[in-house]
Design a protein around this ligand. Structure first.
Ligand code: HEM
Length: 464
């Protein structure tokens, strides 16, 4: 049994290690800095909790993969308990047979509407088309546009179509409520208010549900739950017994909470980096022109033939990970990480920022270079380091990875096929520093979208 404790930051009674954590830097940057003094894996005390900070991929993978079940717990806090009606969601729910079953049916339902299904592609393309029309209108009037709310609306509408088979037009007041919900999700607003935002959720879905019609994810979840309820096999019996309508509502809350802000923020970072790197933008456009041309819009099946765009998306996810500290994990029993012993109940924070900016793994990590994800011929995709985990891995891997990748690919390819993005003349380039809140966000700025020559004759048709 290992006997060494991880190096510990100084701690005082009641305030724990707070004094060592005073810094003008956001936590992920500070935790990376503290490695210099305490090593790559160290611990600190927050209130009464022991927290281990992991800044390297070997330990991160030991936690997430090799010892995934041991470290699959989530911290319980008063706030998350209120938000999730005592952990009835996936992201904050503790590991248990009921949680495992819940995650499995949500995963199944997402797959049904996900990869391999034309439904989700149609939903995303409809939003991409609406987004491009808005950008086109602004460009025709010679106006620069803050793309952030437009991207948020597009991503929100995909999630709304997916969950409820509905979407919002520009300026819809209900959409404003929705924006406030998804922006404040983690720290302020309880999921109870989902029903306030979507009053029609109060009308029980079960009354309108039919086994034959599957309009959206909520129908798919109800169907999965019903078929599990009818299928009295011993192993699922106990788990499903606890799966209530509350669980389904919390699942929808999870998908909004985890799926809107994250994907929108990656899109905003992608646009920000593309504006800083017109050469990268041009190379993606060359690829689009050669492989797709101007007569039709990009489809998911084109992903394989657009490696430079895919490499750019990977690089954006590396350089600005939106969830730089993941969601904390908790050790469900006494365990070890490398040579360090870790007691049951210890919280573990994996600092993805350190993994993605580790100088030993990435040459010049602050430099934006999609080429690092291409093979030596420059035509195939690779992942050049094990220190790359934008969606996590193992039991708690992001549930929306496939959906997010589809959205990133389609939104970016549609925009770049039609427009070249820049800042308006006399405006300075937006900062690449970002603001750290629930996620790591770029600052607000306006974008000038110049229609590309083929688009001047009118918008491209959506060919199915
Ligand atoms: C968890 C990244 C989009 C649903 C996570 C985690 C990361 C992540 C790093 C934490 C893994 C861990 O704690 O070990 C991202 C990124 C996204 C994205 C970068 C966009 C580019 C989405 C979308 C959805 C979603 C679209 C919804 C469909 C979830 C859920 C969890 C999660 C439910 C919790 C999983 C669990 O605790 O078992 N995501 N995510 N995410 N994500 Fe995502």
């Amino acid at each position: 049994m290992n006997s060494i404790e991880p190096p510990h930051l100084p701690a005082l009674p009641l305030i724990g290690s707070l004094l060592s954590l005073r810094s003008q830097h956001p936590p992920h940057v500070l935790f990376k800095e503290l490695q210099k003094k305490y090593g790559q894996t160290y611990s600190l005390t927050m209130g009464s909790h022991r927290v281990v900070i992991v800044n390297q991929h070997v330990h991160a993978k030991e936690i997430l993969l090799k010892k995934g079940k041991i470290f699959a717990g989530r911290p319980r806090t008063v706030t998350t308990d209120i938000l999730t009606r005592d952990g009835k969601d996936i992201a904050f729910g503790d590991y248990s047979p009921a949680w495992r079953f819940h995650r499995k049916i949500v995963h199944g339902a997402l797959c049904m509407f996900g990869e391999g299904s034309a439904t989700i592609e149609r939903m995303i393309c409809a939003e991409a088309q609406s987004l491009c029309s808005t950008v086109s209108e602004a460009a025709a009037l010679g106006l620069a546009l803050d793309l952030a709310p437009e991207l948020t609306r597009a991503v929100t509408n995909v999630v709304c179509s997916l969950c409820f088979n509905s979407s919002y037009a520009r300026g819809d007041p209900e959409f404003e409520g929705m924006l406030r919900y998804s922006q404040g999700i983690v720290d302020t607003v309880a999921k109870d208010s989902l029903v306030d935002i979507f009053p029609w959720l109060q009308v029980s879905r079960c009354q309108h549900y039919s086994d034959n019609v599957q309009r959206d994810l909520l129908d798919a979840l109800l169907r999965a739950k019903r078929s599990a309820d009818n299928n009295n096999t011993a192993d699922v019996d106990k788990a499903t017994a606890g799966l209530s309508d509350d669980h389904l509502l919390m699942t929808v809350g999870d998908i909004f909470g985890a799926g809107v802000e994250t994907t929108t923020t990656v899109l905003k970072w992608a646009v920000t980096y593309l504006i800083h790197h017109p050469d990268v933008q041009r190379r993606i456009q060359d690829e689009l022109d050669t492989k797709i041309g101007a007569d039709r819009s990009p489809r998911l099946r084109d992903r394989g033939s657009l490696p430079y765009l895919e490499a750019t998306i990977r690089e954006v996810l590396r350089i600005r990970p939106v969830a730089p500290l993941f969601i904390p994990h908790v050790a469900l029993s006494d365990a070890s990480i490398g040579d360090f012993k870790v007691k049951k109940g210890t919280r573990v924070i994996i600092n993805l920022w350190s993994l993605h900016h580790d100088e030993k793994e990435w040459s010049n990590p602050e430099h934006f270079d999609p080429g690092r994800f291409l093979d030596s011929e420059g035509t195939g995709l690779t992942i050049p380091s094990s220190s790359y985990l934008p969606f996590g891995t193992g039991i708690r891997v992001c549930l929306g990875e496939a959906l997010a990748k589809m959205e990133l690919f389609l939104f970016l390819s549609w925009i770049l096929q039609r427009f070249t993005l820049s800042v308006p003349p006399d405006h300075s380039l937006p900062s690449l520093e970002g603001k750290f809140g629930v996620v790591l966000q770029p600052v607000k700025y306006k974008v000038k979208a110049t229609p590309r020559p083929a688009d001047r004759t009118g918008s491209r048709a959506l060919h199915r």
